[in-house]
Design a binder for this molecule. Structure first.
Ligand code: OAD
Length: 266
């Protein structure tokens, strides 16, 4: 596998491996790119099919839901179908293995994700979700949590139209929405606290598969850097983030198993 990488990348992987072995407090932030190799499109990918004329900013906002709740609900029902039968890829598995290994070492690993899928959990990781969970719903008015349709009732073969039936809250009659943090909404308090504390106190911050465009999550790397942490970025399309010390410009599913096998083999 190593032989297939460029000499520059091999050198960067060696540097990153040293840091991973040396540092004890580690904060990892993942984004949509880590699930791309599982077949889940990222947000910056052009939308396809029914949704090709919409950007994520047209759909993932409270204003969009007020304007056209059926449209937004249908989009999330479609996303649930896309994600329902997807499985973790080697990147998720490598992180889970590292977390498991760390339980019997001095390393403290905090895994934070912006993703609303549950592929980290499926791989066996403990993870903090900053942007909510695709498999949960709540009332858009009174925020009462609402039981979701069973996951295995979604099939990628079904068709989702623009006018999926809306559900209403049994408490107040408000429309049911996905329990996801939309643009312009506040992040969940406890999860954000966990993320900020881990980023501020870490010695090594690893950013994986995120465009680092969406705040406040994108600011976590800054908090880490200000407190002296080294920053590694894993992304086949490196971001213009000038804080990064080591750029691993390859897919997460290629790089993470390489890095983690070095640590586990210690
Ligand atoms: P984006 O879609 O903005 O960025 C995905 C990143 O993953 C890009 O920089 C890709 O180059 C990179 N990428 C693609 N394939 C990869 C692979 N195999 N390995 C590693 N990296 C890969 O996704 P996020 O940064 O997660 O918020 O987006 C942040 C937030 O904006 C999302 O949580 C979502 C979105 O709008 C909400 O829905 C609130």
């Amino acid at each position: 596998m190593l032989a297939e990488l460029s000499p520059t990348l091999i050198a960067e992987v060696a540097l990153a491996t040293k840091l991973l072995k040396l540092k004890q407090r580690i904060c990892i932030l993942t984004g949509a790119g880590i699930s791309a190799e599982s077949g889940i499109p990222t947000f910056r990918d052009k939308q396809t099919g029914l949704w090709e004329n919409y950007g994520v900013e047209d759909l993932a906002t409270p204003e969009a839901f007020i304007r056209d709740p059926k449209l937004v609900w249908s989009w999330y029902q479609w996303r649930r179908q896309v994600v329902a039968d997807k499985a973790p890829n080697p990147a998720h598995h490598a992180l889970a293995q590292w977390q498991y290994h760390a339980q019997s070492s001095d390393q403290q690993i905090t895994l934070i994700t912006q993703n609303v899928d549950d592929l980290h959990e499926q791989a066996g990781s403990t993870v903090t979700h900053l942007h909510g969970n695709l498999w949960r719903n709540k009332c858009s008015q009174c925020e009462t949590p609402v039981q979701n349709q069973a996951r295995d009732s979604y099939s990628s073969k079904d068709t989702v139209g623009y006018d999926e039936a809306l559900m209403t809250c049994y408490q107040c009659g408000g429309y049911i929405r996905p329990d996801i943090v939309w643009f312009g909404e506040a992040l969940p308090v406890d999860e954000w606290q966990t993320a900020e504390t881990a980023a501020t106190n870490c010695e090594l911050f690893i950013s994986i598969g995120t465009s680092s465009l969406v705040y406040p999550a994108a600011g976590l790397a800054q908090s880490a850097k200000q407190n002296g942490a080294k920053i590694i970025e894993i992304n086949p399309n490196p971001t213009p983030n000038t804080l990064v010390d080591i750029t691993l410009a390859e897919k997460a599913g290629v790089i993470l198993p390489l890095l983690i096998q070095e640590i586990i083999a210690l």
